[in-house]
Design a protein around this ligand. Sequence first.
Ligand SMILES: [Zn+2]
Ligand SMILES: [Zn+2]
Length: 252
Amino acid sequence: MIADLLGRADTYEFNRLLHEHTSYSQVGVFPDFGQSSYTRCNYQDSETRFETESQRVGICIDCVKEDIESLGFPYWRRDHRYVEVCAKHNTILLRQCPICRHDIRYHRQGYGHDLLWVGCKGSYVHQCEPTKNPHEYKLTFARIFAEIGESKFAVDLESVIEHLAGQANKMALEGSISEEELMAINWRLKNSKGITDTWLKYRPDDRYSHNIIEVIAMLYGSFAALLDSLRQTDKLVRNIDDLMRVEYQDRY
Ligand SMILES: [Zn+2]
Ligand SMILES: [Zn+2]
């Protein structure tokens, strides 16, 4: 098991590893009602997670340039696999090699992971020009994705969905969103309930996360603003650290 090799075999350390280095954080932040552990299942099968995550890649040329200036070498970022723009630079993420235009996943061996370090045809990624994203909603989406991935807090999925639905209704009554927008939000919230069925092999491209993030973006603009609003209600915002200390117990 990878966690054993890295010396992080205990529950807390393993969950920290999941939270900081895999996209499981996108669902770990939304536990089920009454769930006291960070994960929704045992993690015996965890190596599959780490493996499947590496098969998708996205490159921000500005991040690569910064890495080379500050560290001397670039590294891959977890979130760039699942969003369209870099949350830090608002740069459009590359799925194709900027030099030969090949899909990065099939760029030589190892899902193209060597592209950052060895370049292509004698050129390097950091020598290419980045393209800025003109769409505000794509940047908001990427920022919320990053906020959830780094969140120190968790809130029950059921409570979040109920809270978001309440806010959407309120805004519709006030006329700040249209009936069509309200219907679209409710449809997305219904899909978000699928997060409950996620096991460790979950990936955000399974779309549940996309739905809930889009609703948070439309109603609050940031995950922090949603948390602030939840704190003003009776809905429980928990420390993610507390969940990470608890080993998963089969409840059935
Ligand atoms: Zn970047
Ligand atoms: Zn290439």
